[in-house]
Design a binder for this molecule. Structure first.
Ligand code: HEM
Length: 402
């Protein structure tokens, strides 16, 4: 059997010497990379050996000035859900899962369609008026945030700020910001945290059912609720925005297995979303740390080893060719059963994310049949565990009117 690990960026799965340092992922990835899907699954199913405790640790250690900004407002992310390796995880997970049951998600479909139709209609209007529109901002960004807040029983407000805070915090915790950028991002994260603390306090006293009230009844402290909210209010919507963005981009670029017009059907949109999920998901890697000396496959993993699990292709673990800004470069799609993680920490929003992405792609393709991509080389969000084009700017095809 071949060994299961590779240094980041090696061309073949497994132990190889690193490529030259100019590849961006190289210097930035001090993790032991696990690429073999079977071994990834094994690690995910052995949480007491491969702990999720490092899930929310900043990839780039924060420098003094950024740390002080966070400390000043009492920023803390105690382990509650994604990074919780204690036996309190199951109970807390059950409370959160109650807000995303299959029945609740399925019942949300008409509302998702309504929100997306409105967004796609506005995108068509913008296209008529100004000749071009960015589909990330126009259709992908906001519906997932509204849906998540509605499902959690939380007020729908400050959406633009929430989107910005989410992206900034992703970069602060999963990116490679220099000191100055860290300071900007830390200020944004602090604003988000202060906003969240107010929301938590307000929600505990609000009438009716909402996530924070349920968590408070379960016995979580305010810092624990802020920690959970900090993760969930980002993970519960920005990742879906990013999945939609990549799917729209690949369709319009012509590199998806379907054409734009085929995506206007329910089956077409569902299958192209699955294609993107298994080839370049918005969450293409996730971390674990070895809790003790242990074996994985045939390899001895010393305690404390930080591990990067490859869930789908991405720029960090991708082979050297093709390189950025093209496709991440993996011929074989990853198993769908892996893209949302597996085991006791498996994503609680998998069904919702797939549904939202499929409905959004379908309604957008139906509302804007005559568009083409304007910018084939947009800037990409490329962080350790998140990826998507920042913009998907389109114009009408020559001779086409809506
Ligand atoms: C395309 C969109 C999404 C992708 C690709 C994605 C992917 C993931 C992955 C890979 C994990 C780690 C799983 C593990 O450690 O085994 C995770 C965890 C999680 N996700 Fe998602 N996610 C998405 C959307 C969502 C949405 C919409 C929600 C909420 C509504 C959500 C809530 C969560 C939660 C709560 C966890 C932590 C679960 C736990 O630790 O018990 N995610 N997600």
């Amino acid at each position: 059997m071949s060994p299961a690990f590779s240094p980041a960026g090696s061309a073949e799965p497994l132990i190889e010497s690193p490529e030259p340092a100019e590849r961006p992922g190289q210097a930035r990835c001090p993790y032991l990379v696990v690429r073999d899907p079977e071994v990834v699954k094994e690690a995910l199913h052995r949480p007491s050996d491969f702990s999720p405790a490092n899930a929310l640790i900043a990839v780039t250690p924060l420098a003094g000035p950024a740390l002080r900004v966070l400390q000043r407002i009492g920023f803390a992310l105690p382990p509650v859900l994604a990074s919780n390796d204690t036996d309190t995880h199951a109970g807390i997970r059950k409370v959160v899962a109650g807000y995303f049951t299959p029945a609740k998600v399925a019942a949300m479909e008409p509302r998702i369609r309504e929100l997306v139709r409105e967004a796609a209609g506005n995108a068509a209007g913008q296209l008529e008026q100004s000749g071009q529109v960015d589909l990330v901002q126009a259709v992908a960004a906001f519906p997932p945030a509204v849906v998540m807040l509605e499902l959690l029983g939380l007020p729908i407000r400050d959406l633009a700020a929430l989107k910005k805070w989410g992206l900034d915090s992703m970069e602060l915790f999963w990116g490679w910001p220099g000191e100055e950028r860290q300071l900007e991002l830390a200020r944004s994260a602090a604003d988000f945290y202060v906003w969240l603390r107010r929301l938590v306090a307000e929600s505990e006293a609000a009438p009716g059912r909402n996530l924070f009230k349920s968590l408070s009844e379960h016995g979580l402290s305010r810092p624990e609720m802020c920690s959970l909210g900090y993760f969930l209010l980002i993970a519960g919507q920005e990742t879906t925005t990013q999945l939609i963005s990549t799917t729209l981009f690949r369709l319009l670029e012509g590199s998806a297995p379907l054409e734009w017009k085929d995506a206007a059907s329910e089956d077409g949109s569902r299958s192209v979303v699955r294609h993107v999920l298994t080839t370049e998901s918005s969450v293409p890697t996730w971390r674990r740390v070895a809790a003790q000396d242990t074996l994985l496959g045939e390899d001895l993993i010393p305690a404390g080893t930080e591990i990067l699990l490859e869930l789908t292709a991405n720029h960090i673990t991708a082979p050297a060719e093709p390189s950025l800004p093209g496709t991440p470069g993996r011929d074989t799609p990853s198993p769908l059963g892996l893209v949302f993680g597996s085991g006791i920490h498996r994503c609680l929003g998998a069904k919702l994310a797939e549904l939202e992405a499929s409905v959004t792609v379908q309604e957008t393709a139906a509302a804007l049949p005559g568009i083409r991509l304007l910018d084939h080389e947009p800037e990409w969000i490329r962080l350790l565990s998140f990826q998507a084009p920042r913009t998907v700017t389109v114009v009408n095809r020559p001779g086409e009117r809506l």
